[in-house]
Design a protein around this ligand. Structure first.
Ligand code: PGA
Ligand code: ZN
Length: 422
């Protein structure tokens, strides 16, 4: 049996230039595994707490020295001598030491960084690639009986809190058909991404990319982004509805106010049922296949209406609604409030709890979308994680920018490795 010898952390920067936690785990054989955690910009209010040094002016109050200190001190010390392959014991220990509902005492950023670093250490202890080790844990948990490379939801255009342009919706996706290999899907994604860039430039509409590498244009309406997509898809000779589909993360929390949604496509503010009519028109016009956070995070009734009226042909994905939280996921399952779930390990804070939520979601027959955050590092953890749990989809942004393509490149390499095993 391997043992954990030492755990420590440091403060590094994420892709937005904001501090985050990187933790390292040394085993008794001297091997070291490292993991860093991402952070959201449009975070939901039901997520586990990300500990920041708000009272310390360095990094404008966004430092994570307290979280680092917690890893170096009480959290790390509590795991010394334990077996890194016993992930559940490790995570239970971290939960027990923190002893708060939302990891607010020592920080979900500190706790998850350790949980992932130990998981990577466990993979080396059993001499397996990370995705295979995660698969072993997932299959023991009856989450899946096979590994699977997910389909990417390529985030081509960034708006809302992620984009410097004027769009209300946060993410506009092009999704390769799920019968494509990952390599085929990646090529399709890149060709369409670059063609969209050329078309937006020709219109004088782009001046930058957003947090996740998608273009951040100024357009007249949100739907105009889809018009540019359709034009670009035609130019690349792919076919909408056969080779590719369209999707959205509306991230509607960010523009919901006083019971209404205001978007540039409409002159007047919309209430929830008017917004549903608008979504139906988007669905009819653009063959919308998948939509995330169409309503704000506590509008349970509106979510339910959407699923009952559109859920047969549309994937309705909960992100801020669910916050990878077992209680919220349970409620959503019993109320039929969505039919797919975003899974973000840092919304809940340990690997084991994330696996447990995935189990609930899969048992309900829903689709799984494993997701990065807008503030990422070059850690490709979620790529291996998505394969090990056999996720249906992965969100890792546009097929551009280092921290986004780190995950896509890792998936390509896993696909090659798996094809050579077969
Ligand atoms: P966030 O956005 O990482 O800024 O929360 C991602 C998402 O909403 O899916
Ligand atoms: Zn989202």
């Amino acid at each position: 049996m391997s043992q954990i010898k030492h755990i420590w952390a440091r403060e590094i920067l994420d892709s937005r230039g904001i501090p985050t936690v990187e933790a390292a785990c040394m085993l008794d054989n001297g091997g070291v595994s490292v993991s860093s955690v991402p952070a959201g910009t449009s975070t939901g209010s039901h997520e586990a707490l990300e500990l920041r040094d708000v009272d310390n002016p360095r990094y404008l109050g966004q430092g994570v020295l307290k979280a680092v200190e917690n890893v170096n001190g009480i959290l790390g010390r509590s795991l010394i001598g334990l077996d890194p392959t016993n992930q559940q014991t490790i995570d239970n220990k971290l939960i027990e030491v923190d002893a708060t509902e939302n990891k607010s005492k020592y920080g979900a950023n500190a706790i998850l960084a350790i949980s992932e670093a130990v998981l990577k250490g466990g993979a080396t202890a059993v001499n397996q690639p990370l995705y295979a080790w995660i698969y072993q844990l997932a299959s023991r948990n009856k989450i899946t009986s096979n590994v699977k490379i997910p389909t990417a939801l390529f985030n081509m255009v960034n708006g809302g809190l992620h984009g410097a342009g004027n769009l209300d919706f946060q993410e506009f996706w092009v999704v390769p058909a799920s019968n494509k290999s990952f390599a085929e899907g990646l090529q399709i994604g890149v060709e369409i991404y670059q063609t969209i860039g050329l078309n937006l430039s020709r219109r004088g509409a782009i001046h930058s990319v957003g947090h996740e590498g998608g273009y951040a244009p100024n357009l007249f309406t949100n739907a105009d982004a889809f018009e540019v997509f359709i034009e670009s898809i035609k130019q690349t000779n792919y076919s909408l509805g056969r080779d590719v589909f369209l999707g959205l993360d509306v991230a509607s929390n960010s523009f919901y106010k006083d019971g209404e949604y205001v978007i540039k496509d409409k002159n007047a503010a919309m209430d929830d049922s008017q917004f549903l009519e608008y979504y139906k028109s988007l669905y009819d016009q653009y063959k919308l296949a998948i939509i995330e956070d169409p309503y704000q995070e506590d509008a349970w009734d509106s979510w339910k209406k959407m699923v009952s009226s559109m859920g047969d042909s549309l994937l309705v994905v909960g992100d801020d609604l669910l916050a990878t939280n077992p209680k919220r996921v349970q409620k959503a399952i019993s109320e039929k409030a969505c039919n797919a779930a975003v899974i973000k390990p840092n919304q809940i804070g340990t690997v084991t709890e994330t696996l447990n939520v995935i189990k609930m979601v899969k048992d309900a027959g829903w689709k799984i979308v494993v997701s990065h955050r807008s503030g990422e590092t070059n850690d490709s953890f979620i790529a291996d994680f998505s394969v090990g749990v056999a996720a249906d989809y992965i969100k890792s942004g546009a097929p551009a920018r280092g921290e986004r393509v780190a995950k896509y490149n890792r998936l390509s390499s896993i696909e090659l490795e798996l094809s050579s095993i077969k």
